[in-house]
Design a protein around this ligand. Structure first.
Ligand code: DGJ
Length: 745
C-alpha cells in the first residue's frame, strides 16, 4: 500500500495493488481527478488524462487561453461558478452575498493509520499498517478558509474512505451551504445506477436505472436516513453481474438527511456527489470555526457486485462496528412486540420467556409499553420509569426473574421521542422541535425531542443510564418511529436554524457513544419503525439493526437480498413471526420463516405458548441449528445466487473462511406444476474440495460451482408416491461439509 506524490507533475497516486486513485494539481492549483479504478503501475506523469480542448460556449480560467476550463476537467472537490456549471461539492455564502470560492493547493501530509472523526461514526484501524491516510490542504486565500480533504486507503481492501473539513481562519462569518463528503468525476457514463429505495415495511428494494444526461439522485429530507432511500448507491457497467464486471459502490456513514447524486454532463462524464443533503443545510462558520463532514466510502470491484458487497461486509463488520459484540455470535432472542403489543403483565411476559427458554432462546426482549402511562401509542413516551401496574417490581425485578430463568434480558427505548400526554412533556413543553407560532405535526401521536440541545440529551442519558445501572439489562433496542417536521430549535439563533438536522443527529450519536462507552457489555440494536435508519452510521454504535417491521418471509427475501449489497449479515435483525403475518396477512411455512431469518441475527417475534407441540419441536430444532451455524452465517463470506427481483426463486449462501463449511439458502416463492429439473450454481467454494451435502451426497466444489447444486423438488414432473409435496413459499437449507481435500488434477 502506498501513497505516492510526484513533485514534478504534482500528481498523487494512492494504490494498494488492487485499486489506484489518481489526482493532480491543476494549472490554477485546484485539485483535479485523473482516475479511479483497477490498480495501475505508478509513474511520474499521467498528464495525458487532463483534458485541454477548445470548445465553443465554454468559459476558460485564464484570459488569452482557450484550453483550460474546469467544465472539462475532472475535479476532486468542485465548486460552482468558476467555469464549471455542474453541482458543486462545496458552497460558502459570504457576507457580501457572493458564493464564489477558489480552493487551491497549499500542502499535504501522509500518515499511517486513520484518524477518528470527532463526534461522528467512521471506519477505523487497529494498527498503523492497516491503512494510510493522505490529507490534502487546500485554501481559499481570499476568504482565509482551509479545506482539508482526507483519503484513507486500506491496505488489503479495494476501498477508500473520504471526508472533508473546513476551517475558517478569517474574522468573517461564513455560511457553509453545501459540504459533501465525496465528489468523484468519472470519464464516461456507461453505467447503470442502482439504489435501494422503498417505504415502511418494504425498505431497500433494489432499483436500477440507466445513467442519462442530467441529474439523478436519491435523498432524505426526513431527519433520518429513512425507509424511502438509503445512503448507498452503486454504478454498474451494463452486463456486470454478481461475478464479473466493473462496479463502484458509494456509501455514506451517516444517519441524517443525505444526498446521493449522479450528474451526467453533455460530454458523458459522470459526477457523483455524496454527503449531507444541501437542501435546507446552512452551517454558520464563524472565525475560528471548523466543520467536519461525515465519512463516505467508495469500493471498487472488477469482479462484479458480489465482490463489492464482500468488501463492504468486511470493512463494516470489522472496522466500523465496534465493541465486544463485534466479533461475537449474536444471542437468539424472543421479542414480545407481536406476541402482546401493549397488552401484557409481568406474568404474561414471564410465561413467554419461560417457554422460550425451554426451547433454547437466550435473550428475552421487552418491547414498547413498559413505562409511564403507555397503554397505547398516545401516552407515556419519554417517561422512562416502569409502569407499576404492569411491572410491580420495576424493570430490575423483571430482569432478575428473566435471568433466574437462565436467560438474558433486553429492553426497548425510544429515546428521541415524547408523547404530549407524558410527564416529560408537561415539565418541558419547549423541548420538542417546533416552529414558533405554527402548529406542530405529530407522527404516531408523538413529537421529536430537540436532540440538538445538550440538556435534552443529558436528561435522556440520565434516565437510561440509571436503568442500565440498576437492572440487569444486556441488550437495548433503540427505536425511532417518526420523521422530523417543523424542524426548528428554540435554542438556536435564527442564523443557525439550518444546522438543526445535523446537530440533531450529532446529539443522537453523542448519546449512543456515551452509553456504548459506559455500558460496553450491552448489545445495541438500532431500529426506526423497522428499517428507517438502517445505515452505516448506526452500525458504529449498534452492531445490528431491525431490518424491517415486515417479517413476512417472502417480502424479507427481497429486503434482505437488497440490504446485503452494502451491509453485513451480522447486522440483520431477522425474526420468525406468527402466521398469518401481521403485516401482509400471508401464511408461510414455519420452516421457510426460519430459513429466511437464519441469515441474520435470528430470533422470534411471537408467543411460543400459542404453538402446537409439533411446531415447538420444530422451533427447538431451529434454535439448535442456529446455535450450530450462527458463527458461519454471521461471520462467513456471503454470496447472492438467485435474485428474488428477477424470478420466482431466491438463493444465497455463506462460506466459512477456510471454505470447509457452507450453507445454502434456497427459496421458491410460488409452487409450480411439472416444472424444470433445477440446479443452482454455487460460489465461493474450493474447487478441489469434495463436499458432503446434508450428510448424504458428495460432490466436488468444482462441480457445485460449475455444474450446480440440484434444487429440484417434487414439482418437477409428476409427484411420486411418498415424495414430500412441494408447496408455495417452499425453501431449503443445504449444509455442505468438506469431506477431504482432493488432489488437484
Ligand atoms: C416499531 C418497531 O419497528 C417495532 O419492532 C416495535 O418496536 C414498535 N415500534 C413498538 O412501538
Amino acid at each position: 500500500m502506498s501513497v505516492y506524490y510526484h513533485e514534478n507533475t504534482q500528481t498523487f497516486h494512492l494504490t494498494n495493488g488492487q485499486i489506484s486513485y489518481l489526482m493532480k494539481i491543476l494549472p490554477n492549483k485546484t485539485l483535479g481527478q485523473l482516475y479511479f479504478g483497477q490498480a495501475i503501475r505508478d509513474r511520474e506523469s499521467f498528464d495525458y488524462l487532463l483534458e485541454m480542448k477548445y470548445r465553443p460556449m465554454t468559459s476558460y480560467v485564464y484570459e488569452g487561453d482557450n484550453l483550460f476550463s474546469l467544465e472539462h476537467c475532472k475535479q476532486e472537490y468542485p465548486v460552482y461558478g468558476t467555469t464549471d456549471f455542474r453541482r458543486p461539492a462545496a458552497e460558502l455564502l459570504q457576507s457580501d452575498g457572493s458564493r464564489i470560492t477558489n480552493f487551491t493547493y497549499r500542502s499535504h501530509s501522509i500518515s499511517p493509520g486513520k484518524p477518528s472523526l470527532p463526534g461522528l461514526p467512521a471506519t477505523y484501524c487497529e494498527s498503523g499498517d492497516e491503512a494510510e491516510t493522505l490529507t490534502i490542504c487546500l485554501e481559499d486565500t481570499l476568504l482565509k478558509v482551509s479545506l482539508y480533504l482526507h483519503y484513507t486507503l486500506f491496505a488489503d481492501l479495494p476501498a477508500i474512505a473520504r471526508s472533508s473539513r473546513f476551517e475558517n481562519n478569517s474574522r468573517q462569518t461564513l455560511h457553509l451551504t453545501t459540504a459533501m463528503s465525496l465528489a468523484l468525476d468519472l470519464p464516461d457514463c456507461a453505467y447503470e445506477l442502482l439504489h435501494f429505495s422503498g417505504a415502511w415495511a418494504r425498505e431497500r428494494h433494489m432499483k436500477v436505472r440507466r445513467l442519462e444526461q442530467g441529474i439523478q439522485s436519491v435523498e432524505s429530507t426526513r431527519g433520518h436516513s429513512s425507509h424511502n432511500h438509503n445512503p448507498f448507491i452503486m454504478l454498474r457497467r451494463p452486463g456486470a453481474d454478481e461475478n464479473c464486471g466493473e462496479v463502484l459502490g458509494f456509501s455514506l456513514i451517516y444517519s441524517g438527511n443525505f444526498l446521493a447524486q449522479a450528474e451526467v454532463d453533455a460530454w458523458d462524464t459522470t459526477r457523483i456527489l455524496l454527503g449531507i443533503n444541501p437542501f435546507g443545510f446552512d452551517w454558520k462558520l464563524s472565525g475560528g470555526d471548523t466543520f467536519q463532514t461525515p465519512e463516505a466510502v467508495i469500493v471498487y470491484s472488477d469482479k462484479g457486485m458480489g465482490a463489492m458487497s464482500r468488501t463492504f461486509h468486511r470493512l463494516y463488520r470489522t472496522r466500523l462496528a465496534r465493541g465486544i459484540w463485534r466479533d461475537k455470535p449474536r444471542p437468539i432472542l424472543i421479542n414480545n412486540w407481536e406476541a402482546t403489543y401493549f397488552n401484557f403483565t409481568e406474568e404474561k411476559l414471564l410465561s413467554i420467556a419461560k417457554t422460550a427458554k425451554e426451547d433454547g432462546v437466550e435473550l428475552f426482549v421487552l418491547d414498547d409499553g413498559w413505562f409511564g402511562a403507555r397503554s397505547n401509542d398516545s401516552a407515556g413516551l419519554g417517561d422512562w420509569n416502569a409502569n407499576p401496574q404492569r411491572l410491580p417490581g420495576g424493570i430490575a425485578r423483571l430482569a432478575d426473574r428473566v435471568e433466574d430463568l437462565g436467560m438474558q434480558f433486553g429492553l426497548w427505548f425510544e429515546p428521541e421521542m415524547v408523547n404530549k400526554d407524558s410527564d416529560l412533556y408537561r415539565s418541558h413543553p419547549d423541548w420538542i422541535l417546533q416552529t414558533p407560532r405554527r402548529s406542530v405535526s405529530h407522527g404516531r401521536n408523538q413529537f421529536v425531542l430537540d436532540f440538538s440541545r445538550t440538556e435534552v440529551v443529558e436528561h435522556v442519558y440520565t434516565k437510561m443510564a440509571n436503568l442500565l445501572s440498576q437492572a440487569k439489562i444486556s441488550y437495548i433496542k433503540w427505536d425511532m418511529n417518526r420523521s422530523i417536521t417543523e424542524a426548528y430549535s428554540v435554542a438556536l439563533p435564527s442564523d443557525q436554524q439550518g444546522e438543526l438536522f445535523h446537530r440533531y443527529i450529532l446529539g443522537v450519536y453523542a448519546l449512543y457513544d456515551r452509553l456504548h462507552t459506559e455500558f460496553p457489555n450491552v448489545l445495541f440494536e438500532s431500529c426506526a419503525s423497522g428499517g428507517g435508519r438502517f445505515d452505516p452510521g448506526m452500525l458504529y454504535y449498534a452492531p445490528q439493526g431491525w431490518v424491517s417491521d415486515n417479517s413476512d418471509a417472502v417480502e424479507r427475501l427481497k429486503i434482505q437480498y437488497a440490504t446485503s449489497f452494502c451491509y453485513p449479515i451480522s447486522a440483520f435483525g431477522s425474526h420468525v413471526s406468527a402466521v398469518p403475518n401481521h403485516q401482509l396477512n400471508r401464511s408461510t411455512p414455519l420452516s421457510t420463516r426460519a430459513n429466511v431469518a437464519y441469515f441474520g441475527t435470528f430470533g422470534y417475534e411471537l408467543d411460543l405458548n400459542q404453538l402446537s407441540p409439533e411446531e415447538r419441536d420444530e422451533i427447538r430444532k431451529q434454535i439448535d441449528f442456529m446455535k450450530k451455524y450462527r458463527q458461519l452465517i454471521q461471520f462467513g463470506d456471503f454470496y447472492r445466487l438467485l435474485s428474488p427481483y428477477s424470478s420466482n426463486f431466491a438463493a444465497w449462501m455463506t462460506v466459512s473462511p477456510d471454505k470447509h463449511t457452507a450453507l445454502v439458502g434456497w427459496y421458491k416463492i410460488l409452487n409450480e406444476v411439472n416444472g424444470p429439473y433445477r440446479r443452482v450454481k454455487l460460489q465461493g467454494l474450493a474447487p478441489d474440495i469434495d463436499y458432503v451435502i446434508d450428510g448424504t451426497v458428495c460432490q466436488g466444489g468444482d462441480e457445485l460451482m460449475r455444474v450446480g447444486l440440484l434444487t429440484t423438488d417434487s414439482a418437477a414432473g409428476e409427484r411420486q408416491k411418498g415424495e414430500p409435496a412441494a408447496v408455495d413459499f417452499d425453501s431449503r437449507i443445504f449444509v455442505l461439509q468438506a469431506k477431504n481435500k482432493r488432489e488437484p488434477a
